[in-house]
Unconditional design. Structure first.
Length: 175
């Protein structure tokens, strides 16, 4: 390291990044035993898990009406995955985007050779403001699809967002 200033700076940046990563978990690691010993922890955990299940049920009920999707409800997780059936996604599909600047940006991001689910995610975000993560382009999956959270605590807003998501999926597939 001491022979090349650029290499030294590079290795120090890696070490510093690793230190930040390690240090960011110190507080939670120290607190977890105390939190888990609190009498309120397990009832809280049970309530959170119940809410995630309820939201997963709502999302599955709405999204299962789309024949091009495969929906698997999670078992206590705070996220859910939807997989597009083979052939459902094409590199020509689009969603209408009202803001011309956002439309131009999405077009520029989707003209290159990108995974079909990542293309869908860009159009979804640009059109509806809903942010999901592509499976192939975000989780290194072999399936085209997306993952979304069940964290929205306002039940009505959560249901509305899933309905908007479902309508956008239908519109995208039909385009």
């Amino acid at each position: 390291r001491g022979q090349d200033e650029d290499f030294d700076r590079f290795t120090r940046s890696l070490i510093n990044a690793k230190m930040v990563e390690v240090c960011s978990t110190t507080l939670p690691q120290r607190l977890i035993p105390e939190v888990m010993q609190d009498e309120r922890y397990f009832p809280y955990l049970e309530e959170r898990t119940k809410k995630y299940k309820e939201r997963a049920d709502v999302a599955a009920e709405i999204l299962k009406t789309i024949p091009e999707l495969i929906i698997q409800k999670p078992q206590g997780a705070f996220y859910m995955t939807a997989v597009f059936k083979e052939g459902a996604l094409k590199n020509t599909q689009k969603l209408a985007i009202k803001n011309p600047q956002i439309a131009d940006l999405v077009t520029s991001l989707t003209t290159a050779n990108i995974k079909p689910d990542k293309r869908f995610v860009y159009y979804l975000l640009g059109s509806t403001g809903i942010c999901v993560v592509p499976l192939m382009g975000g989780f290194n999956s072999t399936f085209h699809g997306f993952r979304f959270t069940l964290l929205e605590s306002d039940e009505d807003l959560f249901k509305k967002n899933i309905e908007v998501l479902a309508a956008a999926i239908r519109s995208y597939i039909d385009s």
